[in-house]
Design a binder for this molecule. Structure first.
Ligand code: ADP
Ligand code: MG
Length: 449
């Protein structure tokens, strides 16, 4: 057995013993990358998974490995990438986590923040996104001259970031001399705050004013950030006057973004506003078919029908469903039938009548992390408990709008400041941590299923 087969065999056994959600959370992107002197080295995508595997699954993993190969006496976990083509790559892979790019095949360009994964070629167009797509194409051909700003809005997971990034990539391809920068409004805000603190605001202004194309994603998060809005207003004007292209996205149209300064709102409304609505059934099928080809798998028509009929509001979730089926198929080397698919996707497909309550949230979070309810409610400070507890706090606030004093009393018997701290911590981290986002979305699905 080579390393890959060995690990597949381990995963296949582990999958029997733990829930699908836990499995995909903790074992996704894990590999054996080395086997030496009776020790197995497993690479994991981040330090949180590492801690989790060490603390919760180590014994099981070791037992299974030892059962497969008696020589194996030890397992170690390392954060890093695993497919090295050169020794330099191997070295780079084991730099501390913060020095690494996100765990992904595509590299985000450091100057432009563009990810080559997002292109117009792999963006499916239907009546739900026809207008923003057409506007994006024309802007990418003639930046600064047609619609300025271009403002795209729509719900979560419907392709705003994809479209914005595709414009950026296209401009870079067609006009290599043009300076393009993509940035989320949260990053923009934190750059601004840091620059003010370090008295470098002039440098930052200068940097933005030299751009030909400025793309700011999710501008709804500028709400209430008065200082950032003010700086952005001046940057906006400076670019606009020089016919430089500005592209923005948000979850709502400008007039529905709360706590946005009037003068900025009217700037946002001064160009083209285009919304992405919801894809219809045929388009959802087209998206599934396209993504299936991309991933080189084949699923029966009735399975695709089932997914497209049940996941309607979010393209990211359509992809999530496919990924889950692919992972299962890889591990089990079986053709999927509809019954298995239903079971696998049970917690992705929500029943809208279900509602959450505090007990349910605590229960689900505890179950998700293989903890007991009382671990979450009690006041232990162990890291493997503190974090799930903060996630529970976050969800109580987000899903049920519980007050901080209520949350504090209910969780850990603490006062409201602990609840505020927990909520803010998770909220902040969510803006940059894709793994956490995914975990929380899996937990939400369980809460409502
Ligand atoms: P948003 O920014 O609106 O939350 P994203 O742009 O991140 O959504 O899209 C979520 C996922 O769905 C991404 O992986 C993206 O590539 C994919 N996606 C969204 N819209 C389309 C589309 N029209 N065609 C193909 N893939 C899409
Ligand atoms: Mg987005």
């Amino acid at each position: 057995m080579n390393n890959e087969e060995l690990w597949q065999a381990v995963l296949a056994q582990i999958q029997f013993n733990i829930s699908q959600a836990n499995f995909s959370t903790w074992f996704k992107n894990t590999r054996i990358f080395d086997k030496k002197d009776g020790a197995i080295w497993v690479s994991v995508p981040n330090s949180f998974s590492q801690e989790w595997l060490e603390n919760k699954y180590h014994k099981t993993i070791l037992k299974i490995l030892h059962g497969l190969d008696e020589e194996i006496k030890e397992v170690k976990y390392l954060v890093g990438k695993f497919n090295f083509k050169t020794p330099q790559e191997k070295e780079k892979a084991f730099l501390p986590e913060s020095n690494q790019l996100e765990f992904q095949e595509f590299k985000v360009d450091k100057e432009t923040n563009l990810n080559p994964r997002y292109t117009f070629e792999n963006f499916i167009v239907g009546s739900f996104n026809e207008l923003p797509h057409a506007a994006a194409i024309s802007v990418s051909k003639d930046p600064g001259l047609i619609y300025n700003p271009l403002f795209i809005y729509g719900g979560v997971g419907l392709g705003k970031t994809h479209l914005l990034q595709a414009i950026g990539n296209e401009v870079v391809k067609n006009f290599p001399q043009k300076k393009v920068r993509y940035i989320s409004s949260e990053k923009f805000t934190s750059e601004m705050v840091a620059a003010i603190r370090n008295q470098k605001i002039e440098n930052l202004k200068e940097k933005y004013r030299l751009l030909d194309v400025l793309i700011i994603d999710d501008v709804q998060f500028l709400a209430g950030k008065e200082k950032t809005q003010e700086e952005f207003f001046h940057t906006f004007n400076a670019l606009y006057e020089k016919n430089k292209q500005i592209i923005l996205s948000s979850d709502h149209p400008p007039k529905a973004i709360p706590a946005l300064e009037e003068r900025l709102r009217s700037r946002f409304e001064g160009g083209m506003i285009a919304d992405i609505s919801l894809p219809d059934f045929e388009t959802r099928m087209a998206i599934l078919n396209f993504k299936m080809q991309e991933r080189k798998i084949d699923l029966q028509e009735d399975i695709l029908n089932y997914i497209a009929s049940n996941i309607k509001r979010n393209i990211r979730e359509l992809e999530g469903a496919l990924n889950r089926l692919i992972a299962y198929q890889k591990l089990n080397a079986k053709t999927l039938d509809l019954e298995v698919v239903k079971a696998l996707l049970k917690n992705l497909i929500l029943s809208p009548t279900k509602v959450a309550n505090p007990k349910k949230i605590v229960q689900v979070v505890a179950g998700f992390y293989d903890l007991k309810e009382k671990d979450i409610i009690a006041s232990s400070r162990k890291r493997e408990i503190v974090r799930p507890r903060q996630i529970a706090i976050y969800l109580l606030r987000e899903e049920l709008k519980c007050s901080y004093p209520f949350i504090g009393k209910r969780i850990g018997g603490k006062d409201h400041t602990t609840a505020i701290h927990g909520y803010e911590k998770i909220k902040k981290e969510l803006s940059s941590n894709e793994n956490l986002k995914e975990e929380i979305s899996l937990i939400r699905q369980r809460i409502y299923s």
